[in-house]
Every structure is written in structure tokens, then in C-alpha cells.
Design a protein around this ligand. Structure first.
Ligand code: BDR
Ligand code: CA
Length: 313
């Protein structure tokens, strides 16, 4: 099994990524850590608990609350994309309480308890990860591998022309993380997610046809983003976060991955959060691997098989 923590701003595909960590038999999900991002912080916590509940009442997985705002900037949300992030679902929160320990302390502690063992899947702004680097100079070394959803390797953003949301929200944190010496794998927004991790109507119909509690949950939580995506010309739901978790657990889904030197713009007027991904010709030492191509059908079939399981809250 792969020991991992998912660091998340839980809404829509973050919930699907949690399902990956909770349901894949290869995964040993040790904790969920929360960071400010997509929607209101307390709503994100509700969305995470809701997902734990849907995945079979997983009160065994601790949820830790982390940074409620970026390192330097004001928090920016994506409620226009996600609504409340869980399709208006509510639940009885009995038995699912966040832990008292701060997420940054929990990350530092878990990594130090078993150096070189724990992987982190970071699918929100990188605030908690950067804070953990500051908190413990050994943190990056203690973490086995860090899987980051963020940036683009073709210069195209989703929140601005130049920036992907996770890096835009906390560019200083993202910059610090790429300078910290982690073993990093990046799942970018564009072109990878937009070309290979969009589920169009045919695939969404196949998920709906499963008619399991999990498939109904998926359809419900993805509805708001689907509306938004269609309005902006993306023909389906986007799955960068669940792909990031899947890439850690199933490296065979990756068809092409290349070394890059990744850095993040913190000063630009129009380019805040832009991810500068330099390859060999620019003469910089690589500090990350960037996933460039996946087995897109394999990724979809993988999620389909997880959602087909008859698990009840
Ligand atoms: C990222 O931002 C969020 O909306 C998604 O969950 C993903 O982590 C994509 O830019
Ligand atoms: Ca996210």
C-alpha cells in the first residue's frame, strides 16, 4: 500500500480525489489536510466530511484544518465555478470531527515519524506545504514524494490568461515549494487536464448508468462545474485532482513525463501565479517532473470501476 496524505481545498474534483484515496485498495490514506482555496473554508471541511461519509463512514481517516488564507495575499475563491462544491448536499456530521492538531503540524509530524515513506497529494493552493517547509527544515527530505496539481506547461491559465487557480491563489507558497527540494511530480492544467482529463457526455452517461450511491454522488457534486465548463467552452467535467491522486497510485497510467525546472511568478502585473516550466534548452537544473500525457481511457475506466463499487454511507 502507498501511505499518503491528501492536502485539499475540497470541492468537486477534490472530492473525487478523496474517493480515490479512500477507495483504491493500493492507497493507505493516513490523513486529509485542509487549505484555503475553492470555496469557504468551513464549507470545504463539510465537503471533505461528506466525502468520507459517502465512502463508507470513514471516521478512521483524520481531517486536520490548515491555513485559512494564503501566505501573503488575500484569499481568492472559485465559488463561481464550484458553487458550494458538493451540489448542495448536506449530511449528519456525527462522528466526523476535525482533529485539534493544526494541519501543518500534522504534516510535519507524520513525515518525521517515518522519513522517506509518506507521499503527499497537494490539490489546492500550496500554503500548508510551504508553511510545513518553514516549520521544519527537514520536511521536504522526510517526504517521499510530492504530487502537485497546478500550473500549466503551455503558459495558459484558467483563472487568468497566465495562471492556473492553485498557483494564482498562493504564488509565494508555490514558489517556495518548488525551491524546497522535494521530489515533485506536477499534474498541470493545460494542456494535460484540458486535453486528457475531461469527461464528456458519453463518459458522464456511463458513470450515471452505474446508479450506485457513489455514482449518484459524483454526478451531483460535478453538476455546477459542468454548467460552468459548458458556458466557457469546455465540453465536460475536469478531473485534475483525481488524476493527481491516480498518478501517484498507478504510475502505469502515465505515458509521458519529463523533467522541468518549475518556478512561479510572484511579481508580474498580468502574470501573478504564472508557472514558468523550463526544459533542457533553458539550461536550468530540473526540480520537478511534469506529466505530459496519460492513458486517458485507462484513467476514466479506473474511476468508473471505483464508482461502481456498492459502498454505502
Ligand atoms: C484546480 O483548481 C480547483 O478548482 C481544482 O480543484 C483544481 O485543484 C484547477 O485549476
Ligand atoms: Ca483542488
Amino acid at each position: 500500500a502507498v501511505p499518503l496524505v491528501i492536502d485539499t481545498d475540497t470541492a468537486q474534483d477534490d472530492c473525487v480525489a478523496l474517493l480515490v484515496g479512500l477507495l483504491d485498495p493500493v492507497a493507505d490514506l493516513r490523513a486529509v489536510t485542509m487549505v484555503a482555496g475553492n470555496v469557504g473554508f468551513d464549507q470545504q471541511v463539510r465537503n471533505a466530511h461528506l466525502t468520507l461519509n459517502v465512502a463508507g463512514g470513514r471516521s478512521d481517516v483524520p481531517v486536520y484544518l490548515g491555513c485559512r488564507r494564503p501566505l501573503v495575499r488575500e484569499w481568492v475563491s472559485a465559488e463561481n465555478v464550484h458553487g458550494d462544491g458538493s451540489g448542495g448536499l448536506s449530511m449528519d456530521q456525527d462522528g466526523l470531527e476535525p482533529r485539534a492538531e493544526h494541519a501543518v503540524d500534522a504534516l510535519v509530524r507524520m513525515a518525521a515519524e517515518n522519513p522517506g515513506e509518506l507521499s503527499i497529494v497537494a490539490i489546492g493552493p500550496l500554503t500548508n506545504i510551504a508553511a510545513a517547509v518553514v516549520r521544519d527544515p527537514d520536511f521536504a527530505r522526510n517526504v517521499r514524494s510530492l504530487y502537485v496539481m497546478g500550473g500549466s506547461n503551455n503558459g495558459r491559465g484558467n483563472i487568468t490568461a497566465a495562471a492556473e487557480f492553485n498557483f494564482y491563489v498562493d504564488p509565494e507558497a508555490a514558489k517556495a515549494v518548488f525551491a524546497a527540494g522535494f521530489d515533485v511530480t506536477v499534474v498541470p492544467w493545460d494542456p494535460l487536464t484540458l486535453r486528457q482529463a475531461v469527461f464528456g457526455q458519453d463518459r458522464l452517461d456511463r458513470i450515471a448508468a452505474l446508479d450506485t450511491p457513489l455514482s449518484r454522488f459524483f454526478t451531483r457534486i460535478c453538476a455546477a462545474t459542468l454548467d460552468f465548463d459548458r458556458r466557457v467552452g469546455i465540453d465536460g467535467t475536469t478531473h485534475p485532482d483525481s488524476l493527481t491522486a491516480a498518478v501517484l497510485l498507478h504510475p502505469e497510467l502515465v505515458r509521458s513525463v519529463s523533467p522541468y525546472h518549475v518556478d512561479v511568478e510572484t511579481a508580474g502585473e498580468l502574470t501573478r501565479g504564472y508557472s514558468a516550466m523550463s526544459w533542457g534548452v533553458h539550461g536550468l537544473e530540473p526540480n520537478a517532473r511534469v506529466v505530459e500525457e496519460i492513458d486517458a481511457d485507462g484513467f476514466f475506466e479506473y474511476l468508473l470501476s471505483l464508482l461502481s463499487r456498492d459502498i454505502r454511507p
